[in-house]
Design a protein around this ligand. Structure first.
Ligand code: GRF
Length: 210
């Protein structure tokens, strides 16, 4: 059976959604860079092995990356899922897991990479916002896109309200993307993801609807 490892830094709601989705693979471990990440207790309570690689305990970024990579490799996972993992990973780390590491980002990439995506979307006045699951490559928030979900930006939206609307979709598409990967349906061809056996959906998303 295939296996996956989830990396978190905090709350871990995406991690919970991934584990709850009963993916066709075993969750070999949940690893956090922060000992106080709330998600660790949730995973441990469900019998999922947890580990902490505390970035504050390392003198350099490279030393942290090496320790994190070693902890992941102990489990020999087929897939590494970054789920609210808030450390930028170095080139060597990213190359080591090339083609088998996914991230969830709370915007419709390539719009709004980096932090504070919901505030940026509100400031830009976009009518459609969303989230993206993508392969991790050395440039931040730039790898091949697996799947995106769009949500409307509603009049009077606060950053928190918009974030909650996006987060609900993150939970859906991240589990979907992980499932596709573990089923062997994802190929990256010329830097673009192709999904084997996908229905040719041609529905349009329009916001606002009149
Ligand atoms: C999510 O919005 C994720 O996209 C972003 O950080 C948040 C983490 O939330 N990178 P959680 O820890 O999964 O609840």
């Amino acid at each position: 059976m295939k296996s996956y490892v989830i990396l978190i830094s905090g709350r871990g709601s995406n991690m919970q959604a991934l584990i709850a989705a009963q993916l066709p693979g075993r969750c070999a471990a949940v690893i956090s860079n922060r000992p106080d990440a709330a998600g660790l207790a949730w995973a441990a309570a469900r019998g999922v092995p947890t580990a902490v690689v505390d970035h504050k305990a390392f003198a350099s970024r490279a030393a942290f990356d090496a320790a994190l990579a070693a902890e992941i490799e102990r489990h020999a996972p087929d897939l590494v899922l970054l789920a609210g993992f808030m450390r930028v990973l170095g080139q060597d780390f990213v190359k080591r897991f090339d083609g088998r590491m996914l991230n969830i980002h709370p915007s419709l990439l390539p719009s709004f990479p980096g932090l504070h995506t919901h505030a940026a979307a509100l400031a830009a006045g976009v009518k459609i916002h969303g989230c993206t699951v993508h392969f991790v490559t050395p440039s931040l928030d730039c790898g091949p896109i697996v799947v995106q979900a769009a949500v409307p930006v509603l009049p009077g939206d606060s950053e928190a309200a918009l974030a909650a609307r996006v987060l609900a979709q993150e939970h859906v598409v991240y589990a979907q993307a992980a499932r596709w990967f573990l089923e062997g349906r994802i190929a990256v061809i010329d830097g673009h993801v192709q999904l084997a056996g996908a229905a040719n959906a041609d529905g349009a998303l329009r916001v606002p609807l009149d």
